[in-house]
Design a protein around this ligand. Sequence first.
Ligand SMILES: NC(=O)c1ccc[n+]([C@@H]2O[C@H](COP(=O)([O-])OP(=O)(O)OC[C@H]3O[C@@H](n4cnc5c(N)ncnc54)[C@H](O)[C@@H]3O)[C@@H](O)[C@H]2O)c1
Length: 330
Amino acid sequence: MDIEKIKNLKKSKFRWLVTGVSGFIGKNILNYLILNNQIVIGFDKKKINKSDYDKIFGLTPNKKKNFIFIKQDLTNPNFVKRNKIKIDFVLHNAALSSVPLSIKKPKLVFDNNVKSFINVLEYCRLNKPKKIIYASSSALYSNKKNTNENIKINNLKSVYAESKLANEKIANLYSQEFRMNIVGLRYFNVYGPFCKKSGQNLPVINNWIKSLLLNKNVELYGSKNQTRDFVYVKNIVELNILLSLSKNKKKIYNLGTGKSTKLNDLFKIIKNNVNFSKKDSKLIFLEERAGDIKDSKANMRNLITEFKITNKYFVNLDTGLKETINFFKK
Ligand SMILES: NC(=O)c1ccc[n+]([C@@H]2O[C@H](COP(=O)([O-])OP(=O)(O)OC[C@H]3O[C@@H](n4cnc5c(N)ncnc54)[C@H](O)[C@@H]3O)[C@@H](O)[C@H]2O)c1
């Protein structure tokens, strides 16, 4: 498996620019890179919360010097010229990443996601990294039956998805016009440690673990037969690194597991793994939410065959959920 390559990461010291470093996936990327002796320059408009920062650097306080944090709203173009730094790879994860928010505040989400991305690309024109990997989304697929990366995208269900499609088009233009090496990863439903534990619009796994730990009933929007392709964040991080370090044939890859899980089954697995006292916690059905996709399952053929990844590589849902529940409990 080509993924074995990243085990040698420690032997080289690269400089990584991670945008959205204070968010869920950004913190997981930071944690992984710091443990592997890399240098990380992190951009975000908010700081990393203290408890997660302490978790990342608690065991390796001497590595704090390998992390440079720049508090920056990426929609403000002034940062492009101001923060000139040598970087090898860019992992762009900053975005307003909620579909429900984009239904309520479409302009905010579209402007934020597209402006930040184009400014990051301008920044890269000046700083010339070897490669740019950016987060796109499975929200581009409205039909789970065909999630091949080459299908024509239409019938988008949210402005969030529109912002991701706009980014893919912009990435194509920058690749062609400026010969930049840019790769988009369409993440499916990512879960794992360092996820958001409170606040509005929590993703389904976070919301349910939180409710069950508080001995509350859990809420489900729409039918229990809806399916999702849940992918553990460790796989997302490692595949970001693999794509950075390897030659790639394509410009867009799906990043899920290729398996889909019914929400009803997800509820049962979480319930079995959360040691909670209220044994009669139930699913409460609410009306379907605008913008939500009913079913999703990644077609992983391109990534799996190109990088010789076996199906066994993906962390199974039961193991991943145990880790996520532990994170909530701590
Ligand atoms: N989590 C998922 O299941 C999932 C699925 C598909 C795609 N994605 C994409 O992956 C990326 C990371 O997702 P996440 O779950 O970590 O989201 P997150 O909301 O936890 O983190 C995003 C981070 O980006 C920062 N940010 C947003 N706008 C910014 C701006 N203008 N300037 C600077 N910082 C800004 C936020 O402050 C936040 O820390 C996003 O692009 C998201 O759209 C995530």
